[in-house]
Design a protein around this ligand. Sequence first.
Ligand code: SAM
Length: 245
Amino acid sequence: ASFGFRDVPEAEKEKLVRGVFSSVAKNYDLMNDLMSGGVHRLWKDVFVGWLNPQPGWKCLDVAGGTGDIAFRIAGAVRKRGGEPDVTVCDINPDMLAEGQVRAEKKGETALTWVEGNAEHLPFADNSFDSYTIAFGIRNVTHIENALAEARRVLKPGGRFLCLEFSQVVVPGLDVLYDKFSFHLLPTIGEWVAKDRESYQYLVESIRRFPNQARFARMIEEAGLSQVKVRNLSGGISAMHSAWKI
Ligand code: SAM
């Protein structure tokens, strides 16, 4: 049955999201390529470029899934001659397991994989130089709890950086994008991954997520400072940067 995920009660959401990502874990790269036409790879490069991680940083990547951001951070730190220290935290053991397989294949040993919820991070206060979250925060039940946790685990002077689908700001592109995402995407998901509902969930979660300005305000309300926004591909995605002062 294709029911609307937006009608799911809050208490059910976490379980539901878990199911979605368990079901897509094996096809995760393919799913991202379908959803973004492959552009997510470039967005992630730009995202880690903006983070500009430095040798010596303790980095945390929340909702890190199969490690796309963490691998890039590790690469960037090595390029600068440093030894990377990156923790990937995700609520879903299947995504983490897939990430660990990828790490083994790449011979990447600098990552630590931790199961945990963005709303209750299993880390001490003031323990990371950077907190990243890419295409993760819209899946969290209470965004404000995740933001409060981001602030808590960051060291004073630490950097918050979020990459998320956002609101298209280019007239014309918005209509096209709407048509693509609402009608085409679940059908592609059904054909390719035999999983219409997971893709439908993803589309709906993108529509419900606050736009650039509203999300920026939420970050400020969580006590993070100097919020800056950069759109990617006309606002299909956006990056929000902030600091813990
Ligand atoms: N950051 C990775 C990337 O960009 O490729 C993965 C993004 S994937 C679309 C979303 C991830 O968020 C999934 O791995 C899912 O398990 C995770 N997730 C969902 N809710 C979460 C929560 N409350 N806490 C931590 N991770 C969560």
